[in-house]
Design a protein around this ligand. Structure first.
Ligand code: NDP
Length: 309
């Protein structure tokens, strides 16, 4: 198989030798928009230029160097017959579990208050907190969300998750389908969004849904910026309807300098780093899938375009 490397934001010198070593039976080359079409059958992509698809008409498979495919699915230039394969976990789920655990402990164990007390050299002997007071809800129970939910449940927090379809995760109460969303929100105080961005999930974090959470709620958004109606959160923080938020993704990235989230002490901003794409793990996963395809076997992680993930 001839595979093109078409990731303008990644250094090809850091990737191509490793890809070639992992797939000795394949030809790996860097896409050259100035040259003639390469005839490649597959491409590794992350935010590819639209011209790629008019230039390289032999492509039948795209390996996306990320878990989310919302940006690819918004590109009308990608012909419908082209198969899109996403990363499945590849080291991202544990990073996301770390991020969620850090955000939860900081809030639920009052660590911010202790930081403030230290600044005043105050020995703050406040009452301890109870895990039972922090029911966690995880929106999305896929490769990433299921791991997040399982880790937080393992720490002893009451954890529920919400997905499109039912499944069993030990220690996690699972709610499935749109009709179950209000009940899931009504028992949740610490809400973590790990949904993919699709037409069904866009704007799902809004005044109506967030107002159903338990009092003193905290929102963590690590899905996509377009899941959150940012003006609604800004207003609800002001009104005290939401106590705080930890946000990794935004409608505009980088977050504009004048955005109120930068200056609100109740909001913690990180620059879309909750779970980074890990090079070695990603290459190993893609090489395994390429080998399976070359043996004529089915692979997992193929995006269902109709449902958007
Ligand atoms: P998966 O496809 O494995 O899981 C998606 C989950 O969302 C599934 O449980 C699915 O339900 C559920 N879901 C999708 N649509 C709906 C819906 N309409 N109603 C209820 N549940 C729904 O994705 P991943 O776990 O691998 O990744 C999830 C997202 O996390 C990515 O798309 C990306 O946007 C984001 N992400 C962010 C990163 C960051 O650094 N901030 C890094 C990595 C990922 P079901 O199981 O029933 O199909």
């Amino acid at each position: 198989m001839h595979i093109l490397f078409a990731c303008p934001h990644h250094d090809p010198d850091a990737w191509v030798p490793l890809l070639q070593a992992a797939m000795p039976g394949c030809r790996i080359s860097v896409w050259n928009p100035e040259g003639p079409p390469s005839g490649a059958q597959a491409a590794l992509v992350w935010r590819p230029p639209a011209e790629l698809f008019a230039h390289e008409t032999g492509l039948h498979t795209l390996f996306n160097l990320g878990a989310g495919v919302d940006a690819l699915l918004k590109m009308p230039e990608i012909p419908p017959h082209v198969r899109i394969v996403r990363l499945e976990d590849a080291g991202m789920a544990v990073q996301m579990a770390e991020y969620a655990l850090y955000a939860l402990l900081r809030v639920a164990r009052d660590f911010e208050a202790f930081d403030q007390a230290q600044a005043r050299q105050h020995w703050d002997t406040r009452d301890g907190t109870r895990q039972a007071d922090w029911p966690v809800g995880v929106l999305g129970l896929g490769q990433v969300g299921a791991r997040v939910a399982a880790v937080l449940a393992d720490f002893g927090y009451p954890v529920a998750g919400w997905a499109r379809t039912p499944r069993e995760i030990p220690g996690v109460e699972v709610y499935a389908g749109r009709e179950a969303l209000p009940d899931f929100l009504a028992r949740t105080r610490f809400l973590i969004n790990v949904l993919p961005l699709t037409p069904d999930t866009q704007d799902i974090l809004n005044r109506d849904t967030l107002s159903r959470l338990l009092p003193g709620a905290h929102l963590v958004n690590v899905g996509r910026g377009e899941h959150l109606v940012e003006e609604d959160l800004v207003a609800m923080l002001e009104e005290g309807e939401i106590a705080g938020a930890t946000l990794d993704v935004f409608r505009t990235e980088p977050l504009p300098a004048d955005h109120p989230f930068w200056r609100d002490p109740r909001v913690h901003v990180t620059p879309h780093i909750a779970a980074r794409t890990l090079r070695d793990e990603s290459i190993a996963q893609i090489a395994g899938k390429v080998a399976a395809l070359m043996r004529g076997e089915a692979i997992t992680g193929v995006v269902e375009r109709g449902r958007g993930y």
